[in-house]
Design a protein around this ligand. Structure first.
Ligand code: NAP
Length: 362
């Protein structure tokens, strides 16, 4: 029996290509993983009537560790995003998105090393939505008027932004524990508490209380989200671990991906108390599907996070070193890296050839 059994969800669009490249790179390190393939996404809807069949969720629960490619969110079908559903079903409350500079990507900055810790279950992503014109929306509008909470135009759609003490406490605590375990110096809690007093205000209160427990061990600061965005662009080196509620986390992590060379470079992990699902930040980039063009770096760096989670530190380091070598050489790189480095995609290699170049460094 293999040392680790990992659920592999190839996904849609470029997912199958980049997960194949990732798997080849991971297997080439010699680490003992049995991959259990579980298909989810738009392409399984005809067969199962849903993009996220129950057996896929079960496979993640059983193996406790899964890695996935991106999944297309079907538009206008009434199905919620597979990613959001998986995070909810498995209570994967942490979305960890490290953004660190690797020379050779053509990124605008060279010294970025930020870990974004995004809350994954609450906030405007909780999925509590009131459609414009629906009777329950009218009732909510009436309720707010009657209670003197505020006036909402009758032709409004409404999304609720719940933020709890429980949700805030566990995500901020995770950020501090991550900082301690990884030799990080500072945690920045990001919010808009000056305007959103009862949701972000509560988050900030909780963050300050949790931070007090780590005083003297990890530095703490809080920043307003708009100022955070400006600060990240002006002086990204000032940021270390950044913990945010769900929506700001989503936006700011894409900003952070931009600092390090784009979405093709940004890995991610969804972590809960019971299991973890690893996935890159980017989507299924359908226009590149089947073309052997997409950059698998984000998926491969996602596997690096997974290997560390599995305690396979040597394999993780080997892959990271290989990625750094190939990018620094700048020869066997995909179209997006060529484009940022030279202004043209001429001479770019395909997804699998890039993986071959990494494997050749082992
Ligand atoms: P996207 O798939 O991330 O692609 C947007 C653009 O980013 C691409 O056109 C490409 O830019 C660049 N890019 C993304 N991944 C890349 C890679 N591996 N290598 C090189 N370039 C890459 O975003 P989208 O088009 O908005 O979303 C497509 C679908 O994915 C949607 O259905 C969305 O819901 C879904 N999605 C899924 C996840 C997930 O599964 N976790 C996350 C986000 C979005 P250039 O064309 O400029 O080169």
């Amino acid at each position: 029996m293999a040392k680790h059994v990992v659920t592999l969800i190839p996904g849609d669009g470029i997912g199958p290509e980049i997960t194949t490249a990732m798997r080849r790179v991971v297997d080439a390190t010699g680490v003992d993983i049995e991959w259990e393939i579980a298909d989810a996404g738009e392409h399984v809807m005809a067969e199962y009537g849903t993009p996220l069949p129950e057996h896929v969720i079960e496979a993640c629960r059983r193996n406790k560790v899964a890695i996935k490619g991106p999944v297309t969110t079907p538009v206008g079908t009434g199905f919620r995003s597979v990613n959001v559903a998986l995070r909810k079903e498995l209570d994967l409350y942490v979305n960890l998105r490290p953004a660190f500079s690797i020379p050779g990507t053509g990124a605008r900055y060279e010294d970025v090393d930020i870990v974004i810790v995004r809350e994954n279950t609450e906030d405007l992503y909780a999925g509590i939505e009131f459609e414009e014109g629906a009777p329950e929306t009218a009732e909510l509008i009436r309720f707010c008027a009657e209670k003197g909470v505020g006036t909402i135009r009758p032709d409004s759609g409404i999304s609720l932004k719940p933020i709890s003490i429980t949700g805030s406490e566990r995500i901020v605590r995770y950020a501090f524990e991550y900082a301690l375990a990884n030799g990080r110096k500072k945690v920045t809690a990001v919010h808009k508490a000056n305007i959103l007093k009862y949701s972000d205000g509560l988050y900030l209160d909780v963050a300050r209380k949790v931070a007090a427990e780590y005083e003297g061990r990890v530095e703490f600061e809080d920043r307003i989200v708009d100022m955070t965005c400006m600060g990240l662009v002006l002086y990204p080196e000032q940021f270390d671990v950044v913990v945010l509620p769900n929506l700001y986390g989503d936006i700011v992590s894409d900003l952070a991906a931009g600092l390090i060379g784009g979405l093709g470079m940004a890995p991610g992990a969804n972590i809960g108390a019971e299991c973890a699902v690893f996935e890159p930040v980017h989507g299924s980039a359908p226009k590149y599907a089947g073309k052997d063009m997409a950059n698998p770096t984000a998926e491969i760096l996602t596997a690096v996070l997974m290997l560390k989670h599995l305690g396979e530190f040597d394999a993780a380091e080997k892959i990271l070193a290989g990625v750094k070598t190939v990018l620094a050489e700048g020869v066997s790189v995909t179209y997006d890296i060529k484009r940022t480095n030279t202004g043209s995609t001429d001479g770019a290699v395909g997804t699998q050839a890039y993986a071959d170049a990494i494997i050749a460094t082992f």
